[in-house]
Design a protein around this ligand. Sequence first.
Ligand SMILES: Cc1cc2nc3c(=O)[nH]c(=O)nc-3n(C[C@H](O)[C@H](O)[C@H](O)COP(=O)(O)OP(=O)(O)OC[C@H]3O[C@@H](n4cnc5c(N)ncnc54)[C@H](O)[C@@H]3O)c2cc1C
Length: 489
Amino acid sequence: MAISAADSNPAIVWFRRNLRLSDNPALGAAIEHAGENLICLYIFETDDTLRPLGGASKWWLDKSLRTLKTDIEALGGRLILRKGKANETLAKVVQESGANAIFWNRRYDEAGRTIDAAVKSELKAQGLTCESFNGSVLTEPWTQKTGSGGYYKVYSPYWRSVQKAYQPEPVAAAPSKLLSNTLASDDLESWALHPRSPDWSTGFDADWTPGEHGAAARLNAFLSGPVSNYGNDRNRPDLETSTSGLSPHLAFGEVSPAQIWRATKLRVETGQIDAKGAQKFLSEVAWRDFAYVLLFHNPQLASENFKPDFDGMPWEGNADQLKAWQQGRTGYPIVDAGMRELWHTGWMHNRVRMITASFLTKHLMIHWRDGEDWFWNTLVDADPASNSASWQWVAGSGADAAPYFRIFNPITQGEKFDVSGDYVRKWCPELKRLPRKFLYQPWKAGPLILREAGVELGANYPHPIVDHSEARTRALAAYETLKERRDAA
Ligand SMILES: Cc1cc2nc3c(=O)[nH]c(=O)nc-3n(C[C@H](O)[C@H](O)[C@H](O)COP(=O)(O)OP(=O)(O)OC[C@H]3O[C@@H](n4cnc5c(N)ncnc54)[C@H](O)[C@@H]3O)c2cc1C
């Protein structure tokens, strides 16, 4: 039975990566327990076992918390902000508020799970009700099992299993009114979440509206049309709406995969959208779940090769080339366009993520960990599971990975997927007057064409930092070395 009396003990809702009020299972359970008498709490965790958030993620967190705070205040409540170790902070808030219950949505990285397990047993031992929920994935990483009882390491059978098993839970209750309280709260400004020296986030506002409302608007816009063409367009970085752009909203739990699933299925059932496009879209959402399966069963996914065979890879690690890649100065326009898009918007189209990651690990022979780290710091959607699983997938060391010898050709990939050429022209404007024939390989254009297009190689656009076919040969040779080392071991 729901309680709403102000004199009952409050319940704490510990917001983490579920920064939304609608269909939030932990919040719904807290409402069931304590009605309007909730302590809405966000902790900026300082436990040193947790991987610190990257700069772009902190920018997003700042904006998302502001929205959540406004929404909670509009209902009469408060968002309490605290910084510190989770167990110590929670113990203090329990003591200060007299809360007798705490609810949160689960996380799946090892450091987070370890903290949560300790917090749960400490608080339960003190007699508090302590419950956790799934608010972040379709199915939790331990639920889909192969015939032999293991976890899936190949995506297609995993997806078949999810489709058979998955039933979205009933929608969780959202608050219509909240009680206020007098607990101390940090000022968000004091957390200084914007990147510094340099603050490269100044352009992010133009592309993103962090928070639950921005997430709902984006989902609605995508389901109102573009999703029907998703099967055909999803690989095209030159189209604004070829993909949903929901990833940062999902990363911060401003929308859940369950909400996406229900909304998409409803539009299919009511004949508003193409069923095939919708199915393809949901299958990509399930890739995110799959990455969590891999992370859950391989906690070191961000630092260790999923396939230990790769430990013998002779990486080169040239610091100047790493910098050129980070700064979008490799001389390969599709790679440079992607890296510049990432820097300016905090996001990069999936096709171009694959091309740039392949270029780093194969053309430059730089360890995938360096790329993962750069993406971790610069992506607004940086996700502990998807980022490491995807980097390892491209590098060839991951589960169900692209074979190492599949080396993306940055010239033909550009020609094929940047169909209109608008993507490279937008992010490499110094090349925009080049004829399309040379847009992905400006060094092939003769001096007259370059002059007419205003391109001066080595001056306003770099020469390629490696030769494509030489780099390819070197990468394949490195792979042979790896195989020899493995066979000799
Ligand atoms: C090297 C590399 C690094 C990546 N790092 C991240 C990361 O840190 N965070 C992240 O969310 N995604 C990551 N991805 C996956 C993918 O590129 C993004 O999820 C996608 O580009 C987000 O854009 P969208 O929301 O428009 O995707 P859509 O195509 O609209 O897909 C809908 C949702 O499905 C999920 N999804 C789609 N593709 C994938 C995929 N391949 N793997 C996992 N989930 C997927 C995302 O949550 C996405 O928001 C990475 C991919 C590569 C190749």
